[in-house]
Design a protein around this ligand. Structure first.
Ligand code: IVH
Length: 701
């Protein structure tokens, strides 16, 4: 749509508009620049300026157009909402347009907003307006239509008038009720608005897995969520774990087509109605405020508190609570007059890109890492930032010595938003991605569909070390106390050259090592003896076979008696297992086709590592009369008779599901010593069965 040259030009134009006062002559150019940046953000998911900078440009255009109203054109960015319409997919028209929001940045702006609404509605200055304040979720907006109680259509926001249909994908999201009892409220057809989000914790896991698989990582949870809405395969949408928070009832009609929104008094009531019908809506983070001062306090509270919120929010939304007043205030072309976003301060900083280092992963993936001049960013000092892959460096046109803009969204890893190319001395050359492995000098390769370059040399020293780090880690063989420094030390001493050597260490020699002693040696011996008995799903995962994650390792373990059974498996045997795909199949097949790898496993076995299926490898069988069948359970406080993990496993065997928070969904809370807020919360709910440790043990027999 835009050439590279145009892209560069629009980036520079934006910078120059930001730095100066704009005049009538700039109108056309300013509009075009905004159009470009809207497109980068909403269609491409690759903004090159920050949201704050975009808002500033938008406001410059708005005030210019206010001065020269005769020059406003229907296609101006101020006259329509931005578009994320994918030209290839089906467009559907929303029942009522999905508009944008005006922005505010501080208490003063909100006081102005309050004053302007009072003027508009002829309300005396001394009177209070009630506001509802809630998070401004930073994800992808969605519209859901329910007819006769069934979810019949879901769409993205698109250009505000039409969106892309994504009903099948929405059905794959557990937080979207397939059926909701609107008819009991006299509502025949309703359109709801909400935001699709990915929990920050979940986002980190998704990226870690993608990195492991050599796939491009997402810059932030929003990109992961909006991309997830548009997946061709709803299974992939589901795998992203998208959650949808509802924030507005856009349209509601009865069987005769009459508007029935009027039956509600306030926005808050609408949210409560949605909550009661099973929708996900904000809870402690939504508040009815009796005046603008309270609303400001709540916004500022959440500005200070945003790090503790499990989802990305980029501000709060202040909405006039009364629906009657909302109706009177009405809309501009761009946004409702009765609502405004309070945008949080961006967590951005600028620093110098000093160097790029290349890390080698356990399967040989090369990850470039920017070394930047240390800088404070939202409370932490940042000196290293992942650049993900070669394409990322190219798309941002990064060069050593550049001034770069960095950002931390939520508590997510920092990332480079852009470099200030206009500040650079043009003689600086582009970063040359290495063609050979920085550790073993083997020529790098890149597989189709993968973003990362890889060192194909399985014997590459750095890869071997990374595989050892992973093998001993909690995720794999969980050898307690055996951290990366031990691996480094024993490797340098020539004691461990492959994974099997870990199980044949000379403990008396370890006791003699400087900084170790008998006690450390005994501890290592104990931890290794324990690891030798591990279930084979851990052994398989610990081999660092490309694409073979924890879940697939468990699936394989469930289907074999011995790890060596896999020597005889065909690709079909693998893909016949539900949830094992062809990529995993090919990689595991290739691993077991190599004599060297079989020799490694035999060597491990000869040192006592278990290679046979254990009880833990088999799927958990829950009987129909299991004592906790279908119940959700949570353990809190310090348990005396069993470890937390052990207790959770017992609960699973008894048919329960472990959940992590106290909510109305929780059936049983087991309390150990020093139980705190969770116990209080459960008592307050009054619906949770509270058990002591002994009562739990008795119950599960
Ligand atoms: S109300 C007509 N409430 O922000 C009402 N929007 O900049 C307009 N958003 O496209 C929206 N959280 O996707 C509203 N609590 C919230 C929101 C919210 C996030 C998004 C929404 C909208 C964009 C507007």
């Amino acid at each position: 749509m835009y050439s590279k040259k145009q892209e560069k030009l629009f980036f520079e134009t934006a910078k120059s508009f930001l730095a100066k006062d704009v005049s009538k002559e700039d109108l056309k150019n300013l509009r075009e620049t905004l159009h470009f940046h809207e497109w980068k953000y909403a269609v491409q998911n690759q903004p090159v300026i920050s949201d704050f900078e975009y808002d500033q440009l938008f406001q410059k255009l708005q005030s210019l157009e206010a001065q020269f109203p005769e020059l406003v054109v229907p296609s101006s960015p101020t006259q329509r909402v931005t578009s994320d319409l994918n030209e290839q997919s089906d467009a559907v028209e929303h029942l009522s347009p999905m508009l944008s929001l005006g922005n505010s940045y501080n208490a003063e702006d909100l006081l102005d907003f309050d004053a302007s609404i009072k003027r508009l509605l002829n309300i005396d200055e001394s009177q209070d307006i009630e506001y509802c304040v809630e998070p401004k979720f930073d994800g992808g907006s969605m519209a859901l239509v329910y007819q006769d109680d069934f979810m019949v259509r879901a769409a993205t926001r698109g250009n505000g008038v039409k969106g892309e249909e994504m009903t099948v994908n929405a059905k794959a999201m557990p937080s979207v009720p397939l059926k909701a009892g609107f008819s009991s409220k006299g509502v025949h057809k309703v359109e709801l608005r909400g935001e699709a989000l990915i929990r920050i914790e979940n986002f980190k896991k998704i990226n870690a897995t993608r990195e492991e698989q050599g796939l491009a990582v997402f810059a932030n949870p929003r990109n992961a969520a909006t991309g997830g809405l548009r997946m061709k395969d709803p299974k992939e949408t589901k795998a992203r774990g998208i959650e949808v928070f509802m924030f507005q009832i856009g349209h509601a009609e009865d069987a005769n087509g009459n508007n029935v929104l009027d039956n509600l008094n306030s926005h808050y009531e609408g949210i409560e109605l949605l909550r009661s019908l099973g929708f996900k809506v904000p809870k402690d983070e939504i508040k009815k405020c009796s005046n603008i001062k309270e609303a400001i306090d709540f916004c500022e509270y959440w500005q200070a508190q945003r790090e503790s919120y499990p989802y990305e929010i980029d501000g709060m939304v202040v909405k006039v609570n009364s629906l009657e007043l909302q109706k009177r205030a009405g809309f501009t072309q761009h946004h409702p007059r009765w609502a405004i976003a309070f945008k949080f301060k961006a967590k951005q900083a600028t620093t110098t890109l000093e160097d790029v280092e290349y890390q080698i992963g356990k399967i040989g993936s090369i990850t470039p890492v920017a070394k930047v001049k240390p800088v404070q960013l939202a409370g932490v000092t940042v000196s290293s930032i992942s650049l993900h892959n070669e394409e990322f460096i190219k798309s941002k046109d990064l060069r050593i010595g550049d001034q770069v803009l960095i950002e931390r969204a939520g508590d997510v890893i920092p990332y480079i938003v852009k470099s200030f190319s206009e500040l650079r001395d043009n003689s600086i050359e582009a970063i040359q991605f290495p063609t050979h492995c920085p550790s073993c000098n083997t020529e790098l390769i890149k597989a189709e569909n993968e973003a990362a370059w890889r060192c194909p040399n399985f014997q590459c020293i750095e890869q071997i070390k990374q595989r050892m780090f992973f093998h001993v880690s909690k995720n794999a063989m969980d050898i307690d106390g055996f951290g990366p420094s031990y691996v480094e030390r024993f490797y340098e001493l020539g004691w461990i050259q492959d994974l099997a050597d870990i199980y044949n260490l000379d403990y008396s020699a370890i006791a003699e090592l400087e900084g170790f002693g008998q006690k450390s040696a005994d501890n290592i011996e104990k931890a290794i003896a324990k690891a030798k008995q591990n279930p084979i799903n851990r052994v398989l995962h610990g081999l660092s076979i490309h694409h073979l994650g924890k879940k697939a390792s468990q699936l394989l373990a469930e289907n074999i008696e011995s790890v060596f059974d896999l020597k005889d498996w065909t690709i079909e045997d693998y893909v016949n297992i539900k949830d094992i795909g062809p990529v995993v199949a090919e990689n595991v097949f290739a691993f077991f086709a190599e004599a060297e790898n079989i020799a490694l496993l035999e060597k491990m076995q000869s040192f006592g590592v278990n290679m046979l299926q254990t009880e833990e490898d088999r799927p958990v069988q829950v009987a129909d009369n299991a004592p906790l069948l279908g119940k959700s359970i949570l353990f809190t406080g310090t348990l005396q008779k069993m470890g937390r993990k052990e207790a959770q496993e017992m609960a699973i065997k008894a048919g329960a599901r472990n959940i992590s928070a106290v909510s109305s969904k929780l059936d049983i809370l087991v309390v150990g010593e020093k139980a705190g807020s969770k116990l209080k919360k459960a008592q307050a709910l009054g619906t949770v069965q509270i058990l002591t440790e002994d009562e739990f043990l008795e119950l599960v027999g």
